[in-house]
Design a protein. Structure first.
Length: 278
């Protein structure tokens, strides 16, 4: 009896590489600009958080992320004023990191008035703002945040709205009904079919963007690009709550035009932050 020779790689057929890069191929290297990452150790633990900006940069290098729009967990867990200061100190030496501060109602004496806030943002290389209304005990409404929101509309400063951290969909809809020209980014909305929540916003408000960190839907990016174009979609890692590489792989293999992949990976966020007037 003849013993079959074990299968070796040299027995496998050789595939000739294509000259053209097909849709869905990951051959073209992408630059990534992360729209959703934070520094610091949260009260409720997550896997391997970045305690410092240096730790975050090391994680970015490991995953191949060029730049990031970042905030500090102390802005949520401790106090916005303290957390904003901690973030500015952390990102100061690092040009690859752009800051995202947290705001409070400007009627409170602890928080700077809008003009002072803008001046401080410029000095600290901060280009976006966040709100955590539920944990910080206020309503996401024009009556509460009016002066700073009007300044944000005028200066095209993006507002990051985290569903997981206190910005519910009804409040987002009400806010945009009052301020339709506000630049907003929806984020942290969970993986269970958020299209029915955010697609109406894309339909009605031209300055709404979607952070894709939670968008775990087969064919979802392709469908959004087909319906709205690539311009309203932003790569977000969700780090350290999520691993950065998951959405990077999804974008790399999305069956869309390579130029659209690059726009989602970095170009759109670069454009949005470049339109900020400080």
């Amino acid at each position: 009896m003849v013993t079959p020779e074990p299968l070796c790689y040299h027995h496998l057929p050789v595939t000739v590489a294509r000259k053209e890069t097909p849709l869905g191929s990951a051959e073209t290297e992408l630059a990534f600009f992360d729209a959703n990452a934070f520094i610091g150790r949260p009260v409720q633990g997550v896997a391997r958080p970045a305690a410092t900006a240096d730790d975050l940069l090391a994680e970015m290098d490991r995953n191949g992320i060029d730049r990031a729009l970042v905030w500090h967990i102390a802005q949520h867990d401790l106090a916005p004023v303290v957390g904003n200061r901690m973030l500015a100190e952390q990102i100061g030496p690092h040009d690859r990191l752009v800051g995202c501060w947290t705001i409070l109602p400007s009627c409170l004496p602890e928080f700077p008035k809008p003009d002072d806030l803008v001046a401080q943002m410029k000095d600290a290389r901060v280009r976006a703002l966040r709100v955590f209304p539920e944990p910080h005990h206020y309503l996401l409404r024009r009556e509460v945040l009016g002066p700073v929101l009007w300044t944000m509309v005028e200066r095209r400063i993006p507002l990051i709205l985290s569903n997981a951290r206190g910005s519910g969909w009804p409040a987002i809809y009400d806010l945009l009904d009052d301020l339709p020209d506000l630049v907003c980014v929806t984020s942290d909305y969970g993986c269970w079919g958020a299209d029915r929540w955010f697609r109406p916003l894309l339909d009605h408000y031209e300055h709404v963007y979607v952070d894709l960190a939670d968008y775990l839907l087969d064919g979802g990016i392709e469908a959004l690009v087909a319906d709205y174009g690539p311009e309203r979609l932003l790569y977000g890692s969700g780090f350290p709550v999520q691993y950065p590489g998951g959405m990077m792989m999804t974008i790399r293999h999305a069956e869309i035009d390579p130029a659209d992949r690059q726009a989602i990976a970095a170009g759109n966020l670069d454009r949005v932050l470049g339109e900020v007037q400080l």
